[in-house]
Design a protein around this ligand. Structure first.
Ligand SMILES: [Zn+2]
Length: 280
């Protein structure tokens, strides 16, 4: 059994979020499960018919972060529901940590170097696809997340909440570029694509690029986000959701076959449309 990590990074809080994005989000990691976080918080915050459990492991700074998360949870849930629908976990667990050690422990026992510059992770101990249950699922915020700007926090929270909602429909071997691109589609305002990216040929997003540190990875995350926007603009937002499911669900085919199934477009048509959308 593998445990997928969906790990996010954090852009420097002081930088306007759409300017210099230093995306360093990490690929999935195989980790040992950490038990006991799902029911650890006492009194849940109610958001509609969902119960949000906020667990503070980190003292006053983490308490401040959790109160900001509580204030932004309603709009994050709304955004996720607007895209994904309402049929997902009624229980949402959020953990705020105060030290790197706490973060590693709550997020999983990976080597410390894996966690540099990461704002939050969404992790589950185990996923039961047949019963559509993610056991021990939680969004874990790193200590540095307390320094995020309000807009950056909203984006990270919404992005993680999409992973949380989609987890029982996301296989362990789903393409990470699809997971990340759609999470950003749900979470981020649709900023214009920079001219230098429009004028250069952009291949299909790929996990190989996503796993290559440095500028390749940064561009790969942007490309995944733009690709999701291309699909939504061209075929409609509900089709992007269908394409995510076709590409990520257990037993999924490759992304081009999934495009044929979900969008009714062959590989040549998909690539032509993607190139047109980028240069438009
Ligand atoms: Zn993500």
């Amino acid at each position: 059994m593998a445990w997928v990590f969906v790990v996010e990074l954090l852009a420097a809080a002081a930088v306007p979020f759409d300017a210099a994005r230093e995306r360093q989000a990490r690929p999935a990691q195989l980790i040992a499960p950490v038990q006991g976080y799902s029911n650890a918080a006492a009194k849940p915050l109610l958001v509609g018919d969902r119960a949000v459990r906020l667990l503070n492991l980190g003292g006053p700074a983490a308490a401040g972060l959790l109160s900001r998360i509580a204030a932004n949870m309603g709009s994050a849930v709304e955004r996720v529901e607007a895209f994904w629908g309402v049929d997902w976990s009624r229980d949402i667990s959020v953990v705020a940590t105060g030290t790197d050690e706490q973060f590693r422990s709550a997020a999983g026992s990976g080597p410390g170097s894996q966690w540099a510059d990461i704002a939050a992770v969404t992790v589950a101990d185990q996923v039961d696809y047949a019963h559509r249950v993610a056991v021990g699922q939680r969004i874990v915020f790193a200590p540095g997340a307390a320094n995020m700007s309000e807009s950056a926090l909203r984006i990270v929270l919404t992005h993680e909440l999409f992973h949380y909602a989609a987890r029982v429909d996301t296989a362990d071997d789903a393409p990470h570029w699809m997971m990340e691109g759609v999470a950003d589609f749900v979470a981020r305002p649709a900023a214009p694509v920079p001219a230098e990216a429009r004028s250069a040929y952009q291949p299909m997003p790929s996990d190989i690029d996503l796993n290559t540190p440095g500028p390749t990875r940064s561009l790969a995350y942007d490309r995944a986000w733009w690709f999701a926007r291309f699909v939504a603009d061209t075929y409609g937002t509900p089709k992007l959701r269908a394409y995510y499911l076709a590409t990520c669900r257990p037993g999924h085919p490759d992304a081009l076959t999934a495009a044929n199934d979900a969008l009714g477009v062959d590989p040549a048509g998909l690539l032509a449309g993607w190139t047109q959308w980028m240069v438009r």
